[in-house]
Design a protein around this ligand. Structure first.
Ligand code: AMP
Ligand code: MG
Length: 428
């Protein structure tokens, strides 16, 4: 229907999701789409932004849960600055594929309802087909929206805006005396959860600017993101990230930095005395590193099939990562091979440190719970299938030339990333 109304040719849609998301809901007549204003720190620099190429159609309530429906690539808005407000077919199909992949991997994310071809050319380095992505999110409220409310809006608007956000996402906090602090705590909790998931599956977002950090804790705004193949903490894919600010292992630090930006925007609601407010938010922000490390180690132990990790397991994880770096081992495949006990890499097997590590791992694995629990943990936390960059690029290349078969096959494979009953496809 949407495609018809827009007069565009639908080329791909997620039918079952459309049905679920839109059943029983209608956009009220006369409702106007809006482009949201927000500010943001981009690569550390503060600027005024806003939806330059996206509009919100409205909200839908499904089973008591509220979703935003947004069009991305729909044309210029008042926030477009010098941009054309358009998106290329290739980049929108990419967001579709990557967001659906993360969803099936169990990582909190916005989702993609459809990509429609507009029939209009989009001028980039070369001329490309234009397309519009229909995106579904718990909301499009970002850290940057708080920066806007604090620094570009009349001061009296920060409180009602914050109350709206709490009501929408964390209603239980509203009765709390210190609700601004409580909001900071819960967003931090969600962000840590999200970051631990990204680290688990080897995801690199690529543009973790504050305008791309959702208050609901979903992965949002898929740009130059990618999954790491060979394990290395400094892995970067984005060509615009020249300083490697958003490298794989730098992501938690950046999330922490972004949370301090959120805290800064909330200060007037925390206490009338700025100094007191700063002291209070610092107490919360200072718990980030310890909390992140705790959950990160716990997650890594789950990847190794260790249910109740102990202090010394941190060393086991650290030693493993050092060995993976030195032998240039594929992150995803390593855990799959460990689970299947099919490690064949000659350089690994001939390294005494690895054989020693393997023994230590076996002892830890047996120590921590029964074998079955350990194996189940490994199966649940270690995907076999991730969107490998070369497969994604290949599928997109064919898709934009009109052949969607490969794209559809890839999408299907990505919808069952943990299917351990099948033989693993160890494609590096
Ligand atoms: P992003 O890096 O995708 O989060 O985008 C950063 C900012 O640039 C956001 O405010 C976008 O809305 C805006 N933007 C990105 N691409 C375009 C475009 N083609 N035209 C207008 N604005 C854009
Ligand atoms: Mg953005």
């Amino acid at each position: 229907q949407l495609a018809n109304d827009l007069g565009v040719k639908e080329i791909f849609s997620n039918q079952s999701f459309i049905k679920n998301a839109l059943s029983g809901n209608e956009i009220p007549k006369g409702a106007q789409p809006i482009a949201q204003a927000y500010a943001g720190h981009q690569f550390g620099q503060f600027t005024m932004l806003g939806d330059g190429r996206a509009i919100l159609l409205g909200e839908h309530v499904v089973d008591g849960k509220r979703f935003d429906i947004q069009l991305k690539g729909s044309g210029q808005t008042k926030f477009s600055r010098r941009g054309d407000g358009r998106a290329t077919l290739s980049s929108m199909l990419r967001e579709y594929l990557m967001s659906e992949a993360l969803y099936h991997l169990g990582v909190p994310t916005t989702r993609s309802l459809a990509v429609v071809k507009t029939g209009n050319p989009v001028h980039r380095e070369e001329i490309q087909d234009g397309a519009v992505l229909t995106r579904v999110a718990q909301s499009h409220i970002r850290v940057g929206t708080f920066e806007y409310a604090r620094f570009f809006s009349p001061p009296e608007q920060l409180r009602p805006f914050t109350e709206y956000v709490i009501k929408r996402h964390y209603p239980a906090l509203l009765d709390h005396e210190d609700y601004a602090l409580e909001l900071l705590k819960v967003v931090m909790d969600r962000q840590i959860d999200l970051l631990v998931h990204w680290m688990r599956v080897g995801f690199i977002h690529g543009v973790m600017n504050t305008d791309n950090m959702s208050i609901a804790g979903e992965t949002i705004d898929y740009g130059p993101c990618a999954f790491m193949n060979t394990y290395h903490p400094n892995t970067v894919f984005s060509s615009i990230d020249r300083q490697a600010r958003y490298a794989y292992s730098n992501q938690p630090r950046i999330a922490h930095w972004n949370l301090s930006v959120l805290a800064n925007a909330l200060l007037p609601l925390v206490d009338d005395d700025n100094e007191v407010a700063v002291t209070k938010v610092k107490v919360i922000l200072n718990t980030f590193s310890e909390e992140f490390s705790k959950r990160y180690i716990s997650m890594m132990c789950h990847k190794l099939g260790i249910a109740n990790e102990e202090q010394e397991d941190k060393i086991l994880v650290d030693n493993m990562l050092t060995i993976l770096i030195e032998h240039k081992i594929d992150y995803t495949n390593f855990f799959v091979s460990l689970r299947k006990q099919t490690i064949t890499d000659k350089s690994l097997l001939s390294d005494q440190r690895f054989t020693q590590w393997y023994k230590a791992w076996q002892i830890a694995h047996e120590r921590a719970g029964d074998q079955k629990t350990g194996v189940e943990l490994m199966d649940k936390n270690n995907p076999i299938v991730i969107p490998r960059n070369h497969l994604v690029e290949q599928a997109l290349e064919k898709a934009v030339s009109g052949n969607l078969k490969e794209f559809e096959i890839l999408l299907k494979n990505l919808s069952e990333p943990y299917a351990h009953q099948n033989e693993p496809q160890l494609v590096p």
